[in-house]
Design a protein around this ligand. Structure first.
Ligand code: TXA
Ligand code: MG
Length: 339
């Protein structure tokens, strides 16, 4: 059974993606060395990469995304040793890195005094967000480039993160030297961000590694109030983060005429103009992998709104519901960055 039906067509992408073979990786590393931007796959979402040690490359990332300068970027490194050259690890950070790297966990740690990463990437904070991605193409690129790569999700600020190369091509194709095509992202949700600059580890953003798994290593995490804006110490919790163009209606149990349906599990709801099912069998891992691509499919002017069925608030459901709640915020329209 197809997961989606009645999907309206979208315009073709702006540039053709690049095969991530040896030649493709070499071209991408060369572009990074020249200060250009490169989109690349990770296991979570596609990243918009630039040389993290270059102020101009990092500034180009903010400009391409239209991202407010107060929202810092995640820097990607090849391994824990490369991370330890940039930030000060404590015991908790060491344990988390050993348990989850490479993987969908980002650690926010105090910058070292000799940290060569552009201060712009930290957006004025004394901390830096770091992650070792678990994706062969990302790791090949980091090995070839041999420097840290700043890479937020490769989408215009305030829109849905990309989980395929063609998502990137459609929205940021004119901002990058090339897009490495690694196929669809296996996890499909951004990394979990843990703040380690205070007294206790803080869940700054739920993501691809479940809070339960992190807590098995750290003990109970501090959690900012759901949906709160804890800026500037946790700017990632800005509410307008993940908006599609159509309004979202959560916990839907029926359909208003003209609405598309984002369903989960088996159900008896009828009358939707189009439908995508996150996981017909009710599996949260499958639902996470499908979430952003399906929101894009249903985010079409042909639909008045997207009705979303309830998803359980456990495991990856925490991150799925976090993204869905942000996508319903009325302030969710893409904002111009401050001058
Ligand atoms: O899965 C991911 O994390 C993807 C892939 C490409 O790695 N990247 C990603 O980056 O989602 P971005 O920039 O879209 O999200 C970074 C998040 C934001 O919520 C940001 O506010 C937070 O991390 N962040 C970055 N540096 C921080 C810092 N120093 N303190 C607190 N939060 C920080
Ligand atoms: Mg993002």
């Amino acid at each position: 059974m197809p997961l989606c039906r009645n999907i309206a067509s979208s315009p073709p992408p702006l540039i053709a993606p690049t095969t991530p073979d040896e030649a493709g990786i070499a071209r991408a590393a060369k572009a990074l060395k020249a200060g250009q931007l490169v989109a690349f796959p990770t296991e979570t979402v596609y990243g918009l990469g630039g040389d993290a040690t270059s102020d101009t490359a990092v500034a180009a990332i903010f400009k391409a995304k239209g991202r407010p300068r107060f929202n810092p970027l995640i820097v990607h490194v090849a391994d824990k040793e490369a991370a330890e050259a940039l930030v000060n690890f404590d015991e908790c950070a060491r344990k988390l890195a050993e348990a989850f790297w490479p993987g969908a966990l980002t650690l926010v740690l105090p910058r070292r005094n000799d940290c060569p990463v552009s201060l712009l990437a930290s957006a004025g904070l004394h901390s830096l967000a770091l992650r070792v991605p678990a994706h062969g193409v990302a790791l090949d690129l980091l090995a070839e480039f041999a420097r840290p790569v700043a890479a937020p999700s490769a989408n215009p600020s305030g829109t849905i993160s990309p989980t395929t190369a063609s998502h990137v091509a459609a929205s940021l194709g004119d901002a990058v030297a090339l897009i490495l095509d690694g196929g669809p992202c296996a996890i499909g949700l951004e990394s979990t961000v843990i703040g380690l600059t205070g007294d206790a580890p803080l869940l700054l953003r739920p993501g691809g590694v479940t809070a339960e798994k992190v807590e098995a290593v750290t003990g109970p995490l501090d959690r900012p109030e759901t949906g709160s804006d804890a800026a500037p110490s946790s700017p990632g919790r800005l509410l307008q983060h993940y908006a599609p163009g159509r309004p979202l209606r959560l916990d839907a149990e029926d359909i208003t005429p003209g609405e598309a349906l984002l369903s989960f599990g088996s159900h008896a709801i009828t009358g939707a103009a189009a439908e995508c099912n996150l996981s017909p069998g009710g599996d949260l891992t499958e639902a996470a992998a499908n979430l952003f691509a399906m929101l894009r499919e249903l985010d079409h002017p042909a639909h008045t709104a997207i009705a979303v069925m309830a998803v359980p608030e456990t495991g990856l459901g925490l991150a799925i519901n976090d993204r869905l709640r942000r996508a319903t915020n009325p302030a969710a329209t893409p904002q111009e960055p401050p001058p």
